[in-house]
Design a protein around this ligand. Structure first.
Ligand SMILES: Cc1cc2nc3c(=O)[nH]c(=O)nc-3n(C[C@H](O)[C@H](O)[C@H](O)COP(=O)(O)O)c2cc1C
Length: 350
């Protein structure tokens, strides 16, 4: 299963391994550089089916840290296009980009400490004027007009991504960032069309998905990463995630990338290998949409079992592929499966 191809719209992935989006906090002015070239190109040389590049700000305030990646101007898209072009010309890997807005969790260091405007930070925004942690600065509550403009920023970022050669787009609606802040009744206390009922809280995400889908064609699928639960009473939960996924499927979203947590400081999360896989399984079984499983998946055996059990369609790996960029092709050789291997390295084939 791990090495069987899969199609999303007309886009075929050669195998089920996905490099999960991971912020590298290594940009100046949102620009990808030589580090990113080596970082992503080497994972493509390692045979991974799909790379989803790190959370990329749709505007400057959408970044988490001042060193996060951005795609709000043509120069940034140009720098990214060089990486994508090389990967397309030198591997079989497809490349996606995670479009993100950090909302109230922006303007921080990589470890989450808030940065003042005097220190290169910015005034954060959110659905409601509630900080992530009690003693933090209060975010600006977005107006309806500002919300509509943000959905357009997502669309414009997607236009640039497609022009830069990316094969797919993922909306970051997880981990307590802006879209997740709208979804959860604990961070969204609005009383207008964007808050209150389930239908109102999901509205911002649906509008972003609609805007992006207006510019994607049959060759460019759309994924959405969600946090299946806030792990908090009266918060966002699995039941709402299932309802949302059903609606996203009707909206032509191709896959739900199922993560969890991140919106409530101090939430208790019990970690174990594959701890988020049951969420992926529930969403897949109850809605029929394709899902990706992520979180403490470290071996091919574990990954194979998840696919065989019908718990997910794709396996996202994050920390393991930082340790082991060649996991896809190395495992394939050990299992006599077919996987891309650079022709320059032919003499090293097992
Ligand atoms: C260094 C690092 C940066 C991350 N940045 C992102 C990100 O940009 N977007 C995102 O959705 N998740 C991000 N994550 C979460 C991973 O994509 C993944 O969901 C998480 O690490 C669990 O998978 P793992 O157990 O395979 O590492 C990051 C994780 C790490 C370790």
């Amino acid at each position: 299963m791990l090495y069987s191809p899969i199609k999303f719209r007309n886009l075929e992935l050669k195998n089920r391994w996905v490099m999960s989006p991971m912020c590298m906090y290594s940009c100046e002015n949102g620009m990808a550089n030589d580090f990113h070239f080596v970082h992503y190109a080497s994972r493509a040389q390692g045979g991974i089916g799909l790379i989803i590049m790190e959370a990329t700000g749709i505007n400057p305030q959408g970044r988490i840290t001042p060193n996060c990646m951005g795609i709000w101007n043509d120069e940034q898209a140009g720098a990214l296009s060089k990486i994508v072009k090389f990967i397309h010309e030198n591997s079989e890997t497809k490349v996606g980009i995670q479009l993100a807005h950090a909302g109230r969790k922006g303007s921080t260091t990589p470890n989450g400490t808030q940065i003042s405007e005097a220190e290169n930070g910015w005034k954060t925004v959110a659905p409601s004027a509630i900080p992530f942690r009690e003693n933090e600065k209060i975010p600006h509550e977005l107006s309806t007009r500002e919300i509509k403009n943000l959905a357009l920023d997502f669309k414009n970022a997607a236009v640039r991504a497609v022009e830069a050669g990316f094969d797919l787009v993922e909306i970051h609606a997880a981990h307590g960032y802006l879209v997740h802040q709208f979804l959860s009744p604990l961070s969204n206390l609005r009383t207008d069309d964007y808050g209150g009922s389930f239908e109102n809280r999901i509205r911002f995400l649906l509008e972003i998905a609609d805007e992006i889908n207006t510019i994607l064609d049959e060759n460019h699928p759309l994924f959405v990463r969600i946090s299946a639960t806030d792990y908090a009473e009266n918060g966002w939960d699995l039941e709402q995630s299932v309802r949302l996924s059903k609606i996203l499927k009707e909206k032509n979203v191709d896959l739900i990338d199922v993560s969890s947590g991140g919106n409530i400081a101090g939430a208790k999360i019990t970690l174990f290998d594959g701890y988020q896989v049951p969420f992926s399984e529930e969403i897949k079984k109850k809605t029929g949409i394709k899902t990706g499983a992520v979180g403490l998946i470290k071996t091919a055996e574990q990954a194979e079992k998840i696919l065989e059990n019908g718990q997910a369609d794709l396996i996202f790996i994050a920390r393991e592929i930082l340790r082991n960029p060649y996991i896809a092709t190395k495992t394939a050789m050990e299992k006599s499966e077919t996987c891309f291997f650079p022709k320059q390295y032919e003499r090293a084939k097992i």
